[in-house]
Design a protein around this ligand. Structure first.
Ligand code: HSE
Length: 309
């Protein structure tokens, strides 16, 4: 079997207080990639979508992941991929991570699953580095593993899967551009001790809330006193949408990844749909186009479908 299809989920990174260390996978949207193993050392990329992403492997997120696998394995192997993106690049819901994770999982599968899941994450992080300038795994890990991931450490890699409650996730993607590299550059490099104390209290509370299925604790812990106050200025309507979503019953939420998408967690689908209506009202009034998703936490991560050839 030399050709497979992978389905790669969108992800929400940071989960409000866990900048660069927490993320969850979504059941919607997801990308599709068809990947073929070649017997010569080259990478061929086709796009089956309207985003016009680079097909030069050195400039393509999936391309650099395949190249890193080839460098590691050596010999006469290569990959041909057709990418069908449904996760819009620059949306803040893990578009680059989906391509990177899909490429790493597909390559590993086609090579007989010879690499551990940590090694697959390492390969995929090369793609994230190309996209954002930094090797972070808070989108990559949940994309590959599904559910909620804690990145306790990058060097050395230490990823912990956290049991995820059956929550509903509402996402709005306002059609404005926020580049991850810009959203990282504006961050302050120093943090006040009182803010750090509040933040790590929230991170510990959030993880404990997930593990104990204590949704009130999850809600109380969805607070970010370090990153959100800086980044939210890049997202028109952010404070209003957050306040109104909580009034509509959301447990809480915030910026998805580096934005511009905003996400909210809810206990049940009717609440998640009310939250969606509130989000739509705010952005309709402000006059910014948007897409919304009401979905659940994806527990499987990248899925491999074998293709009959
Ligand atoms: N943790 C990263 C950030 C996710 O917030 O910059 C971006 O995809």
């Amino acid at each position: 079997m030399k050709e497979i299809i992978v389905k790669c989920p969108g992800t929400v990174a940071n989960l409000v207080c866990g900048f660069d260390i927490l993320g969850l996978a979504l059941n919607e949207p997801s990308d599709i990639m068809e990947v073929k193993l070649l017997d010569e050392p080259k990478v061929i990329i086709h796009n089956r979508d309207a985003y016009n992403l680079p097909t030069d492997p050195e400039r393509n997120v999936a391309g650099v992941v395949f190249l890193s696998v080839m460098e590691k394995v050596g010999g006469n192997i290569g990959f041909e991929v057709t990418i069908e993106k449904h996760i819009k690049p620059g949306s803040g819901i893990g578009s680059s991570a989906a391509s990177a994770a899909g490429a790493a999982v597909a390559a590993n599968h086609l090579l007989g699953n010879r690499f551990s899941s940590d090694e697959v994450v390492q390969f995929a992080m090369n793609g994230e580095k190309l996209a954002s300038g930094v090797k972070h795994a808070d989108n990559i890990a949940p994309c590959i593993l599904g559910g909620i991931s804690l990145i306790r450490s990058i060097h050395p890699l230490d990823i912990v899967s956290i049991p995820s409650p059956d929550l509903f996730v509402t996402v709005i993607h306002p059609q404005i551009e926020v580049r991850t590299s810009d959203a990282r550059q504006i961050l302050k490099q120093q943090v006040l001790l009182k803010d750090a104390i509040r933040q790590w209290g929230n991170i510990a509370g959030l993880v404990t809330g997930f593990m104990k299925n204590d949704l009130d604790l999850v809600g109380r812990s969805l607070e970010d006193v370090i990153i959100e106050p800086v980044r939210s200025i890049l997202i028109p309507g952010f404070d209003e949408v957050k306040r109104k979503c909580k009034e509509a019953g959301a447990l809480g939420g915030g910026i998805s990844g580096s934005g511009p998408s905003v996400f909210m967690l809810s206990r049940d689908e009717p609440t998640a749909r009310n939250v969606e209506s509130v989000m739509k009202e705010v952005y309709t009034r402000i006059g910014i186009d948007f897409y919304t998703y009401v979905t659940t936490i994806n527990k499987k991560g990248v899925e491999v479908v074998e293709k009959q050839v």
